[in-house]
Design a protein around this ligand. Structure first.
Ligand code: CP
Ligand code: NVA
Length: 314
C-alpha cells in the first residue's frame, strides 16, 4: 500500500513515533558519517507553486544524502502553470518518479494529486496544513525536552496552516495545545471541531498570549501574514501587534520554556531579535531537523523494508 502525507492525521500515533525514532537514528548516523544509501536509485519530484528555502533545500539535501535524486519543478516551468490537471500530473509523474512533494495554495490540489498518483505524495505546505514542519518540530521538542509526555505547546499569533497542523498533532498524540489568536484569526473551524469531537488532546483557544504561555514548555510563533496574504500585511501588523514573542512574554512562561518559529521570521513583528537570538530559542535546531525527519519520512514511504529493519535494530 502506498502511503501519503497530506496531513498528520494520515499517520497513526505509532507511525509518528516511529518516524521520530528513525529520524533520531539517521541524524546520529549523518553526524558520524555512517548514514547508509537507503534511497539509492530513487527519485523524488518536488513541485513548488509557492516559494521555499528550508523545504526545498532540506528535501533535496536529504534525498542526496540517502543516495537518491530530486527533480525540482515550479508551476511556471511545468504544464501545471498552464492548467494541466492535478489528476493528469499525478498519473504522468507516477510513471517517472518514486514520490512527489508538493507545496501549493489549495489543499484540495494535494489531495487530488495523492488520489491519482500511484506513488507516495507529501504535502510540503498548503494554505491549510504544513505537516512536515510540525512532525520535525516534534523531533526537536523530544530532543530538547527528553519526551513528549505531558507536553504543553503555546501557539501565539495567526491561526494558520502551521497552527492547524499543531492541532492535528495534538489530536494524534494527545498533548495540550494553547492557541492565542486575535478574534477572527482562529485556526480552521473544521480542524478545531475535529479536535473537539475526537476528545484526545486538549486544544485551548484564547485571545490572551499571557494566559496561553503560563504553563507552556514551548512558545511557538509564525509570520502574521502567510504566503498568499501579502496584501493584508499592513492591516495584520495592527491586529497582531500584541501577539509578539518578546522578553516580557517569555518571562511570563515557566523558566524551562523554549521558543520555536518555523521560519522565515519577520524579526520585530511576531518575534523580537533578543528572543530569537537568545539562549531559549531553538529555531535553528528546528530548521536543521526538517532534513532529518524528512530523511525518515522518505525512507518510510519509498524504502519501507530498510526503514523497518533499521528501527528493529535499534
Ligand atoms: N518553514 C518552512 O517551511 O520554510 P520554507 O518556506 O523556507 O520552506
Ligand atoms: N504560515 C507560513 C509558513 C511558512 C513556512 C506561510 O504559509 O507562509
Amino acid at each position: 500500500m502506498k502511503r501519503d502525507l497530506c496531513t498528520i492525521l494520515d499517520l497513526t500515533a505509532q507511525e509518528v513515533q516511529s518516524l521520530i525514532a528513525r529520524a533520531r537514528q539517521m541524524k546520529r548516523d549523518w553526524t558520524t558519517g555512517t548514514l547508509g544509501p537507503s534511497l539509492a536509485g530513487r527519485v523524488l519530484g518536488l513541485i513548488f507553486v509557492k516559494p521555499s528555502t528550508r523545504t526545498r533545500v532540506s528535501f533535496e539535501a536529504a534525498m542526496y544524502r540517502l543516495g537518491g535524486h530530486c527533480i525540482t519543478m515550479t508551476e511556471r516551468d511545468t504544464q501545471i502553470g498552464r492548467k494541466e490537471s492535478m489528476a493528469d500530473t499525478a498519473r504522468v509523474l507516477s510513471r517517472y518518479v518514486d514520490g512527489i512533494m508538493i507545496r501549493t495554495y489549495r489543499h484540495e490540489d494535494v489531495e487530488e494529486l495523492a488520489r491519482f498518483a500511484t506513488i507516495p505524495v507529501i504535502n510540503g505546505l498548503t494554505d491549510l496544513f504544513h505537516p512536515c514542519q510540525v512532525l520535525s518540530d516534534l523531533l526537536t521538542i523530544e530532543e530538547h525536552r527528553g519526551s513528549l509526555d505531558g507536553l504543553h505547546v503555546a501557539w501565539i499569533g495567526d491561526g494558520n496552516n502551521v497552527a492547524n497542523s499543531w492541532i492535528n498533532a495534538s489530536i494524534r498524540l494527545g498533548f495540550t495545545l494553547h492557541l492565542a489568536c486575535p478574534p477572527g484569526y482562529e485556526p480552521d473551524a473544521g480542524t478545531l471541531a475535529r479536535s473537539r469531537s475526537v476528545g484526545r488532546g486538549k486544544v485551548v483557544l484564547t485571545t490572551d498570549p499571557f494566559e496561553a504561555v503560563a504553563a507552556a514548555d514551548i512558545l511557538y510563533t509564525d509570520v502574521w501574514a502567510s504566503m498568499g496574504q501579502e496584501s493584508e500585511e499592513a492591516a495584520r501588523k495592527t491586529v497582531f501587534a500584541s501577539y509578539q514573542i518578546s522578553t516580557r512574554l517569555l518571562e511570563a512562561a515557566p523558566p524551562h520554556a523554549r521558543v520555536m518559529h518555523c521560519l522565515p521570521a519577520h524579526r520585530g513583528d511576531e518575534i523580537t531579535d533578543d528572543v530569537m537570538d537568545g539562549p531559549r530559542s531553538i529555531v535553528f535546531d528546528q530548521a536543521e531537523n526538517r532534513m532529518h525527519l524528512q530523511m525518515a519520512l522518505m525512507e518510510w514511504m519509498m524504502s519501507p523494508l530498510a526503514f523497518e529493519s533499521a528501527l528493529a535494530q535499534a
